[in-house]
Write a protein that binds this ligand. Sequence first.
Ligand SMILES: [Zn+2]
Length: 414
Amino acid sequence: MSTIQRAYKTELDLNNEQQITTCRQHAGAARWAYNWGLQRKEEAYRATGKSPNAIDLHRELNALKQTQVPWLYAVSKCAPQEALRNLDNAFAHFFRRAQLKQQGKLRGKLGYPRRKSKKRGPGSFRLTGAIVVYPDAVQLPRLGRLRLKERGYLPTGGVKVLSATVSEYAGHWYVSLLVEQEQDIPENTGPVVGVDLGLKRLATLSDGHVEDNPRHLKRRLQKLKRLQRAVSRKVKGSQNRKKAARRLGTAYRTVANQRANTLHQFTSRLAKTKSVVVLEDLNVAGMLKNHALALAISDVGWGAFRRQLTYKAAWYGCRVIVADRWFTSSKTCCRCGWVDEQLTLKDRTFSCQHPACGQVMDRDLNAAINLEQLAGSSPDRINACGEGSAGLGRPAQVKLPSVKQEPNAFSASA
Ligand SMILES: [Zn+2]
């Protein structure tokens, strides 16, 4: 048995205006505190070269409450406090990425913390403390008992509730409980598999399995475009514009739900049935800059794929290995190690030009097998490649690139 942390998210059934108003107030307080904290940090940094942390800011905020922002008394003290903690995390994330950039290990954006805008919806807030779960409701500090749409999903016993995050999306309110629970991590005796992520197909596995990409967004793009046009035609600030915006939000929400569902099913299946999964390290942010690919990539949800797989792997005794970014999984022949420098995105098959090999194979399958071999499951094949190419006066073309083990998002402690 080991202790793991996991989150359970489910929709709230806020049945009266009072509850919705209170949720909005809390989310508003969290947003205000975040923006205020960001401004304070920037001011302090400019003045002194040092920036106050969440604890300093919370102390300062408590003093302000008595004079300038008395309305904060109306909400749980957790909401602003946790928002300031989020702000600290956002800065930690930014500095970590800035350091990686300095070392030349990062090509994407640094992600400097931004102000949270009301225009993007009410937002969210996190509460800690006395949280009680019932089969059909959850009781939160200050908000009282809130009904749930789905009965029996949240764990009611045998877990320690660490926090509850309430958030809004397209007019629906959700609660996400972070809990600590004891879980048996099963012995995973499944095979090793390499996964090549793609656009036409969501993924190709080295065992030959192909996972189709349902492309929820693309299918609905026409409808989304029509709804988007409807919003822009309405007068700014009018009721009709609000209504149209709500319809657009709902359509996006449907797409997001479907996409999440597809990904969750796929990542769960991989984590449960494979002992090792080898992935490429994709520079998603960099690829999104390529406008031809951007929509297709954001539709697939690669970032979410890796994140989900990593935390689920910890639950099911699976290991995730991420190949070095420069590993040429697509351009290398999985049988002999010959490298096709001319291979482009258009080429759907890989045909090896090595005289002694001449293998022709589906491009994605070839890449997936190369990834699988990284796990060291079939070292004989990699050795054979190296020797074969060296023997013909070429440098050995298959170098074992460095692999890094994905740290488990939810670390399991025995
Ligand atoms: Zn070959």
